[in-house]
Design a protein around this ligand. Structure first.
Ligand code: PLP
Length: 439
């Protein structure tokens, strides 16, 4: 079979006109072509190389084209390329065990989905069936995926035109830089956000609330590290009212926050953990739910009324086994943590000292946000036009960025080297200087 690799940029763009793109008006698209990648670098069809400080959609935690993951997929493809979810196959059990080996105590089963959205969709369903209750509480500053309940659990603008599922309630989570609670310290922010959550539960009728669904570290919403005591406080509230606590680790998990699960950094154990992205770095679409013993036991005698043709797809399972084994062997979690503490934290703080348009720097591991402001005193967000301009200037200098609202998220692969981060910091520095001259 002679597959047309269509290597010229013009031909790729012409072919792309047949593709309907996500989250976009289709009329005026001008996507960057991507022809290949390796580690923390990608290149376009004209041969221009970029440091991938977006990790695509914050998912290539192990970098591009990791040979161990590619080999695992190829070897599984040669043995059995597809199989129904009802059958027992070695690679599926192996993938589940690899994931469980990094989960907190008290979790013994994994349900596999096709990605992060349907992981949250099914976690919500598990919580509703387990409790016999209906409502789901999540935060305004969140993204949980683009399916029926997940997109309505989402807090950001993407929920609003898609609000066709019922039983969803939103609260404000902690975000000290733009506090909804007039807080001046992390402790105040934590305490007041918890009080707001508990009062909302009481006002909604605690007996009607099935789940509290939170991203451990809200990602696309701004890499909002929870203040001390917040997640433990949510755990206590969930326990007080018999509510299932779901942590969405789709973006934060598997090395992004310098931990296997970001929750490891906060000493909190939820009832359900959803994952996708970093579990296999997205080489094959996959996601899933790590299920606590108590919730799994709910379905020992009762049928779980849910499933997907590709649940536990063998190529996805092989990619999980390959990725987790390689991450263990190569110390990828440790690398992410060390790069975060020793290179990104001081390097980004230095950028903030130099450039008045950086209002706040926050993050850990390889999960950082630069909050860009027009005025440090008022914290007025930098206008969207300048963010677009920053993106263009970064691309021109060979850095593929991730931007959201008034922020640049610094989210390289977890295998990034100190040298690559140094190159990236020099590019950000140049671009912020150029931007300041234009403002
Ligand atoms: N949850 C979080 C925290 C995410 O960041 C995302 C995607 O960005 C999702 C869920 C949805 O995952 P997917 O796009 O794989 O459905």
């Amino acid at each position: 079979y002679d597959f047309d690799q269509a290597t010229s940029a013009d031909r790729i763009r012409e072919l792309d006109r047949s593709v309907f793109h996500s989250w976009s008006a289709q009329g005026s698209l001008d996507p960057l072509t991507i022809a290949g990648g390796e580690g923390s670098t990608v290149w376009d069809a004209d041969g221009r190389r970029y440091l991938d400080f977006s990790s695509q959609l914050v998912n290539t935690n192990i970098g591009h084209q990791h040979p161990a993951v590619i080999r695992a997929i190829q070897e599984q493809a040669a043995v059995l390329a597809t199989v129904a979810p009802a059958h027992a196959v070695a690679v599926r059990g192996q993938a589940a065990q690899r994931i469980l080996s990094h989960a907190p105590a008290g979790f013994s089963k994994v349900f596999f989905t096709n990605g992060g959205a349907d992981a949250n969709e099914n976690a919500i369903r598990l919580a509703r069936l387990h409790t016999g209750r209906d409502k789901v509480i999540s935060t305004y500053r969140s993204y949980h995926g683009n399916t029926g309940a997940a997109v309505v659990a989402t807090g950001d603008w993407r929920r609003v035109p898609n609000e066709f599922a019922r039983g969803h309630v939103h609260v404000f989570g902690p975000y000290l830089y733009r506090s909804e609670f007039w807080a001046e310290t992390p402790e105040q922010e934590s305490e007041r956000a918890l009080r707001h959550l508990e009062r909302t539960i009481q006002a909604e009728g605690a007996d009607s609330v099935a789940a509290i669904l939170l991203e451990t570290i809200p990602g696309t919403a701004g890499i909002l590290l929870p203040p001390p005591g917040y997640l433990e406080g949510v755990r206590a509230i969930a326990d007080r009212y018999g509510i299932v606590f779901i942590l969405d680790e789709v973006m934060a998990g598997f090395a992004r926050a310098g931990e296997w699960f970001a929750l490891d950094g906060f000493g909190v154990t939820p009832d359900l953990i959803t994952f996708a992205k970093g579990v296999n770095s997205g080489y094959v679409p996959v996601g899933g739910i790590v299920i606590s013993d108590a919730i799994a036991a709910s379905f020992d005698e009762r049928v779980f009324p849910g499933g997907l043709t590709y649940s536990g797809h063998p190529l996805a399972m092989a990619s999980i086994v390959g990725a987790i084994d390689a991450m263990e062997a190569e110390g990828v979690i440790e690398n992410a943590r060390c790069i975060g503490e020793e290179v990104l934290a001081p390097g980004l703080a230095e950028l903030q000292d130099k450039h008045a348009l950086i209002g706040e720097v926050r993050g850990r591991g390889v999960f950082w946000a630069l909050e860009l402001v027009a005025d440090r005193a008022t914290r007025e967000p930098l206008a969207a036009g300048y963010i677009g301009r920053a993106k263009k200037l970064l691309l021109q200098r060979g850095l593929l960025p991730f931007t959201a609202d008034n922020r640049i998220h610094v989210v390289p692969p977890a295998v990034v080297t100190a040298d690559e981060v140094a190159q990236a910091l020099a590019i950000y520095d140049e671009v912020f200087a150029a931007l300041a001259r234009e403002i």
